[in-house]
Design a binder for this molecule. Structure first.
Ligand code: BTN
Length: 252
């Protein structure tokens, strides 16, 4: 499919390696950077991403045709590609789902996540980065979930013999990602991605608890995601569209 691939045994972070290549070498992508282990993985909202060797750590550098206002939609493109790859590799397994904005779930526990980083507008950086570069970082717990996390976590190995390895998952996932990107870039754009994302969404119609990135906490009924990918929840008679935050689903 014409996308280059660089593979490493270990990196600090595949997103960081992508960032270095964009800023220092003018890399424009499309390029996948994959590592067998990471010593300083990053998660959303400045958090750290712990991982175990044998998990999937991959970042895709993209620059073609990504307008800054559409860049956040790539998290949903990635989510759709990941959940479709997992469902294709584990037929009959119904526990895979997506949680807004960028989590991958297995039986309601966190199996993986997506971290988007834009490099176009790195204020304070006097070097001239390539314009409009987005790094889509994907982490999936294939071999094991790290211990001591503050939330329920899952790994593919709990599925037993049919659990795909990180390598197998990457091959299917990168194909699906290319297909989903084409779909996204084509006429239907985000509408079809959004439809597929909602089809795999966990917690639709349920009461969810949202911790906003600014610190406010709200509870409401998860209605949908809007045409820009914001979380729409009903709080009493009012509706709120949320840009950034964390969603907690009710335990079942
Ligand atoms: C999250 O759920 O907070 C997002 C986690 C993203 C982790 C992946 S692992 C590969 C890539 N490199 C990183 O440092 N982070 C992402």
């Amino acid at each position: 499919d014409g996308v280059r691939l660089l593979s490493f045994d270990e990196l600090d972070s595949t997103n960081e390696e992508a960032r270095r290549r964009v800023l220092e070498e003018g890399e424009h992508g499309p390029l996948w950077i994959v590592a067998g282990r990471q010593s300083r993985g990053r998660g959303r909202l400045g958090r750290e991403w712990l991982s175990v060797p044998g998990n999937l750590h991959a970042s895709l550098i993209l620059s073609d045709g990504v307008a800054p206002e559409r860049a956040p939609q790539l998290g949903f493109v990635a989510g759709v590609a990941i959940v479709e790859a997992l469902r294709a590799l584990c037929p009959g397994e119904t526990g895979f789902a997506l949680k807004w904005p960028n989590d991958i779930l297995l039986d309601r526990a966190k199996l993986g996540g997506v971290l988007l980083e834009g490099l176009a507008l790195s204020a304070g950086d006097e070097r001239q980065p390539a314009s409009g570069v987005v790094v889509v970082g994907i982490g999936v717990n294939c071999s094991a979930a790290p211990e001591g996390l503050a939330y329920p976590a899952a790994a593919l190995t709990t599925l037993g013999a049919r659990a795909p390895s990180a390598q197998t998952l990457f091959r299917t996932l990168s194909d699906r990602f290319c297909e989903a990107l084409k779909l996204w870039a084509a006429g239907s754009g985000f509408a079809e991605i959004r439809r597929r994302w909602l089809e795999a969404a966990a917690g639709l119609g349920e009461t969810v608890h949202v911790l906003l990135a600014q610190g406010e906490e709200i509870e409401g009924r998860f209605e949908t995601i809007d045409a820009s990918g914001r979380l729409v929840i009903a709080v009493g008679a009012a509706r709120r569209a949320i840009d950034a935050g964390d969603v907690a689903l009710a335990h079942r």
